[in-house]
Design a protein around this ligand. Structure first.
Ligand code: HXC
Ligand code: NAP
Length: 293
């Protein structure tokens, strides 16, 4: 029997919020030149926002600029490694100089590669935690300090992952970092609510895209038909994540704070009545026996 799965969303270019919802607003997206970050930036751009895209690679920044310019959205790109608090401060300075203080911060930049935990070097662990967890904190702190000083409201959306709740075999570093990011949403929402700063999380399910790193693509390629592995019988469409991000940061969601919204067609709740046999991570990844030397 062929089942329909969850319906397709409206076409690309549609918006869920009224036109001009973000007119005059400045939205800073870390990692906004590629993949999901770019898709999120585009949806803000469609609704009138001026965008600041911050990341390390000039190529990625150019890609973000090109996608946003196509929509005639105003865009500034800033070279920034979010692991360095001074670079984060400089990125906010550049944003302020061009457009004014960002009203919305999308903490989207992250790092990840699959590796069995016993093979992971201390520097590999440190690198992923430094970008995903520490970088998210540095950017959030920078935005909050400037807004608290100016007495202006703001909205922060942290992009997470569902293995923050479940753990992520093969991704111990990223799963732990994302759990920290989710926890930070809950703490910062309470600390900064009195200043008018909302803090929420947004968790994408499986949203394949052409910018995915070779490591992640290779990992995903082990599953031949990704649609049939989802309860929705399809993967996410990039605009669906963008619409969720724009809603969370919009005037229509002002009383939502400290919440993490999962956009994954219920994939993370999926369980079988009887689980299939356990396959150790290194076997799943086609690695030979562990070698201490
Ligand atoms: C094991 C690895 C590795 C790999 C790097 N390392 N890649 N170890 N397997 N595939 C180790 C290195 O050997 C080194 O440790 C340490 O990590 C740092 O590596 P560098 O290359 O020096 O780091 P850097 O240049 O800072 O680059 C960071 C990076 C890189 C994380 C390694 O991949 C990157 O820039 N990624 C950004 C984009 C990204 O990761 N996107 C994915 C987000 S997707 P040693 O010990 O040798 O010094 C996502 C999806 C979740 O999160 C869900 C998916 C389904
Ligand atoms: P991606 O295309 O690889 O994007 C990651 C972005 O982060 C890149 O634009 C990269 O830009 C930037 N970045 C990485 N390290 C940085 C640093 N140190 N400083 C500044 N920017 C940095 O991955 P994606 O799939 O779009 O992922 C976006 C977000 O969604 C991440 O938080 C990820 O964990 C989450 N997510 C994705 C999926 C999915 O299915 N795609 C699923 C669950 C969660 P530069 O290289 O230019 O720095």
């Amino acid at each position: 029997m062929s089942l329909p799965g969850l319906p397709e969303p409206p076409p690309s270019g549609a918006t869920a919020l009224p036109p001009g919802t973000f007119d005059g607003q400045v939205v800073l997206v870390t990692g906004g030149g590629t993949g999901l970050g770019r898709a999120i930036a585009v949806e803000f751009g469609r609704l009138g926002a001026r965008l600041v895209v911050a990341s390390r690679s000039d190529d990625h920044l150019d890609q973000g600029r090109a996608a946003l310019s196509e929509l005639t959205a105003e865009v500034e790109t800033v070279s920034c490694d979010i692991r360095d608090p001074d670079q984060v401060a400089a990125a906010f300075d550049a944003a302020e100089q061009r457009f004014g203080l960002p009203d919305v911060l999308i903490n989207n930049a992250a790092a990840n590669f699959p590796v069995p935990a016993e093979d992971m070097s201390p520097n590999a662990w440190r690198t992923v935690v430094d970008i995903t967890l520490n970088g998210t904190f540095y950017c959030s702190r920078e935005l909050a300090r400037r807004h608290i000083a100016a007495g202006l409201p703001a909205s922060i959306v942290n992009i997470g992952a569902s293995y923050a709740w479940t753990g992520g075999p093969g991704f111990a570093h990223s799963a732990a970092a994302k759990a920290g990011v989710k926890n930070m949403v809950e703490t910062l929402a309470v600390e900064w609510g009195p200043y008018g700063i909302q803090v929420n999380g947004l968790v994408p399910g499986l949203f394949p895209h052409e910018d995915m790193t070779a490591d992640i693509q290779q990992n995903l390629s082990r599953t031949s038909d990704k649609d049939t592995c989802q309860p929705a019988l399809r993967v996410g469409r990039l605009r669906e994540l963008g619409w969720a991000a724009t809603f969370l940061a919009s005037p229509y969601a002002r009383f939502i704070s400290g919440h993490t919204l999962v956009v994954d067609g219920a994939n993370w709740q999926r369980r079988l009545l009887t689980n299939s046999p356990v396959v150790p991570v290194r076997e799943q990844m086609g690695r030979g026996p562990f070698d201490l030397g």
